[in-house]
Ligand binder design. Structure first.
Ligand SMILES: Nc1ncnc2c1ncn2[C@@H]1O[C@H](COP(=O)(O)OP(=O)(O)OP(=O)(O)O)[C@@H](O)[C@H]1O
Length: 252
């Protein structure tokens, strides 16, 4: 399998002088096409910083990040933003939706600026995604008129509107009750099974247990990784126990 993202010796510091924080301390990481990678680690260990570095959301201090053969730091003008918008998808704990647009328009937003795209096809794609994620019928709702789980489903639709090659998810189930979180994870697994790579940051071993590989961070380094067989829906408890055991072994 080809690499989709390759990070080499990534260093990220915040601030200057005595205030300086070393968030990533020379991290090497590689994500292959279609892979599902989870990242776990204590608070402040660099998980979100790693997600921001690999997705080009934030500049790194040292090292390189490549998307396929393209080095992100070498992209000029709007090229990085365009690459992120068209080939990557993002899901956060709290989806940030525009309050003056309904759900359907919010979902289509990352695609409407492509003048080449046919609006009828785009609306159809958004509606198909809403069916796939179980929120058909809510197209005209205001973002304040839906539940947290429905809003997160809409966030997933928006992240998928441009058919990204990789989905970056930062604590996507962190604000949801456990039943809704399970449903959202089922959705992410099916998206991954359809071929989209996922990099997911989580504090929850049961969430990470769906991944093909779990990276464990501590003090800005990846200190351990656990490789799991592709998740097919069963043995979640046993997989979660493996993740927890590895966390303990890695002193996390
Ligand atoms: N914008 C910032 N300015 C200064 N320091 C920051 C900034 N963002 C993160 N840091 C610091 O970088 C380190 C790594 O933070 P990061 O958010 O990546 O950790 P995390 O593992 O995602 O934590 P959490 O689980 O709490 O979200 C921490 O010490 C944090 O305080």
């Amino acid at each position: 399998m080809n690499s989709i993202i390759t990070g080499t010796h990534i260093v990220k510091t915040y601030g200057k002088g005595a205030e300086q924080a070393m968030a990533l301390n020379g991290v090497d990481v590689d994500i292959t096409e279609g892979e599902f990678v989870a990242v776990m680690g204590p608070s402040g260990s660099g998980k979100t910083t790693l997600l921001f570095a690999l997705s080009g959301m934030d500049e790194i201090t040292e090292g390189t990040v490549k998307f396929g053969d393209t080095e992100l730091a070498g992209l000029q003008g709007n090229a990085l933003a365009d690459l992120r918008r068209t080939r990557m998808g993002f899901i956060f704990q709290q989806p940030t939706m525009l309050r003056n647009l309904n759900l359907l328009d919010n979902i289509m937003l990352p695609a409407v600026q492509d003048s080449k795209r046919n609006t009828v096809e785009l609306v159809q794609k958004a509606r198909d995604l809403m069916i796939q994620t179980g929120i058909a019928g809510l197209e005209n709702r205001d973002t304040t008129e839906v539940s947290g789980g429905q809003l997160q489903r809409a966030g997933i639709c928006r992240a998928l509107i441009n058919t990204p090659e990789i989905l970056f998810a930062d604590e996507p189930t962190g604000a949801l009750n456990s039943k809704t979180a399970e449903d959202i994870m089922g959705l992410l697994v099916s998206i991954n099974q359809a071929g989209t790579a996922i990099m997911l940051v989580t504090h929850d071993a049961r969430v990470a247990a769906r991944a093909d590989r779990v990276l464990f961070t501590r003090d800005g380094n990846i200190v351990s990784e656990l490789i799991l067989p592709k998740f097919s829906g069963g043995e979640l408890e046993a997989r979660g126990e493996k993740v927890v055991a590895r966390m303990a072994a890695a002193n996390i």
